[in-house]
Write a protein that binds this ligand. Structure first.
Ligand SMILES: [Fe+2]
Ligand SMILES: [Fe+2]
Length: 169
């Protein structure tokens, strides 16, 4: 395998960890500021699952000896990361969130959920990992688990947006 692919694999893996951690913090902060109980619960679950994804990916990085301590993911992830920082900034300014504001912020987050699911983990990350290792080490199973969670996140967020706009679930 070419060195350039190893570098890309390292970046995707480590920046996915950084992204999941940041996403998790954003969902937790959203959950704290929303008064609607059912939306709060769903947002908390997504936060915990994102934290779990960061943990799984970190274990994979350690297993493959590809863990990075310092890496500039802002540049690597570009608009995605900047969008997330913008949501963080908006959240920071507010004590509480109305349903309309919540829907607006979630519309930015759903783009990230979309990107972090099937596209990145299955189509990009997994093939690179498979090129890099001779044995699977159950990594396919773990990535499948993350991707199926991401599908749930997307659906859950769509439901909260729908609820925020119509008042019905
Ligand atoms: Fe995730
Ligand atoms: Fe997610």
């Amino acid at each position: 395998m070419y060195n350039i692919n190893v570098e890309i694999l390292k970046k995707i893996l480590n920046c996915s960890i950084a992204l999941e951690e940041k996403v998790s913090k954003v969902y937790l902060s959203l959950a704290k500021k929303v008064s609607e109980l059912s939306a709060k619960v769903l947002l908390e679950i997504i936060a915990f699952e994102s934290e779990k994804h960061a943990l799984i990916l970190r274990e994979i990085a350690n297993l493959l000896n590809l863990a990075f301590q310092s890496i500039d993911c802002r540049e690597f992830l570009g608009a995605l990361y900047i969008d997330l920082e913008r949501v963080e900034y908006e959240l920071h300014k507010k004590e509480s969130l109305g349903l309309e504001e919540l829907a607006k912020l979630l519309e930015s987050l759903i783009i990230i959920e979309n990107f972090a699911g099937e596209e990145t983990y299955h189509k990009l990350l997994l093939p690179l990992i498979k090129d890099f290792i001779s044995r699977d080490y159950f990594i396919t199973m773990l990535i499948d688990k993350i991707v199926s969670d991401e599908k749930f996140h997307e659906k859950a967020i769509e439901s909260i947006i729908h609820f925020s706009k119509t008042g019905t679930s």
